[in-house]
Design a protein around this ligand. Structure first.
Ligand SMILES: C[S@@+](CC[C@H](N)C(=O)[O-])C[C@H]1O[C@@H](n2cnc3c(N)ncnc32)[C@H](O)[C@@H]1O
Length: 270
């Protein structure tokens, strides 16, 4: 049996070796501890000391542990204020520029979980902005390292709780019922491409007007890894493009070229 304090001590030892930071996991550790408990059981080990020895004897196990350290919590319209700002100000500004330049408006949802975040962008576009920009193409690339999350995202069916922050008329218009689940209608899926990708190593091709990187890099990765990922994200943004962070996140110090617009929104300088 793995106690909470055993799990905490183990994570404080293991996470830095994976270039992750313990404070990000403090509140959500149960998700990870549950998986570690299951893994120790599946390997028929006696507990944490034996699992640490297993990691030493089987270096490939680090990759398994890395996979167990993915926090997958998300929901539609998470942090309402950010999506309100995107809808009212940021997206219309970016759309006007893309229209003037005669090109597609492009957004990247990095660490998209089961699709709640990119679908929220798609809903905002359909319900609030499409009528103003009828000829503009809006393309959303959604990436995640976890194939199971992406499979759920492609299916697009959710329990009611995942939709609780969504405006009620949108829920009624954009979803259909399948038993207990609420499934998003195909027209809201069309603008989204899903890619299995580890943000520590890869990123989607091309340049973006908007990148949402929320509740992933700035929460779970160590400072050096954060700096290298955000430097690459800056390279993927057009000058004047916007990066959105989660509501308890900030950019690490020591990476130039970002102009803060609000606490969670940063503009990429030229
Ligand atoms: C806490 S969820 C955040 C979801 C969404 N961005 C939000 O804020 O609601 C983090 C997501 O990042 C994914 N993830 C974790 N490590 C990753 C990595 N190295 N590369 C890409 N995605 C990763 C997880 O699978 C999970 O779906």
């Amino acid at each position: 049996m793995l106690s909470d304090s055993d799990c905490v001590a183990f994570l404080q030892w293991a996470l830095p070796r994976l270039r992750m930071r313990w404070p990000g996991f403090r509140k959500v550790r149960q998700q990870v501890c549950k998986r570690i408990r299951r893994r120790i059981g599946a390997l028929e080990l006696s507990g944490i000391p034996a699992y640490r020895q297993w990691l030493e004897d089987h270096p490939d196990e680090w990759e398994v542990l890395d996979g167990m350290c993915r926090i997958t919590i998300s929901r539609f319209y998470r942090d309402r204020g950010v999506f309100d700002a995107l809808a009212a100000d940021i997206l219309p500004g970016l759309a006007r520029r893309a229209k003037a330049e005669g090109r597609t408006l492009r957004a990247w949802s990095a660490g998209c979980a089961s699709g709640e975040e990119p679908y929220t962008l798609s809903l905002i576009w359909h319900f609030l902005l499409k009528a103003e920009f009828p000829k503009l193409d809006f393309s959303i690339i959604a990436t995640d390292a976890d194939e199971h999350m992406l499979a759920r995202a492609r299916t697009g069916c959710y329990p009611r709780g995942a939709l609780k922050e969504l405006p009620e008329p949108w829920r009624q218009q954009a979803f259909y019922r399948e038993a207990e689940a609420f499934c998003i209608k195909p027209s809201f899926k069309a603008s989204i491409s899903w890619i299995e990708q580890d943000i520590r190593r890869d990123q989607p091709a091309g340049r973006f007007d908007l990148v949402l990187c929320r509740n992933l890099v700035a929460t779970y990765f160590d400072a050096d890894l954060q700096r290298s990922v955000f430097t690459r994200i800056k390279g993927a943004l057009r000058a004047g493009g916007v990066l959105v962070l989660g509501c308890h996140e900030q950019l690490p110090e020591g990476i130039p070229g970002w102009i803060p617009k609000t606490e969670q929104l940063y503009e990429a300088s030229g």
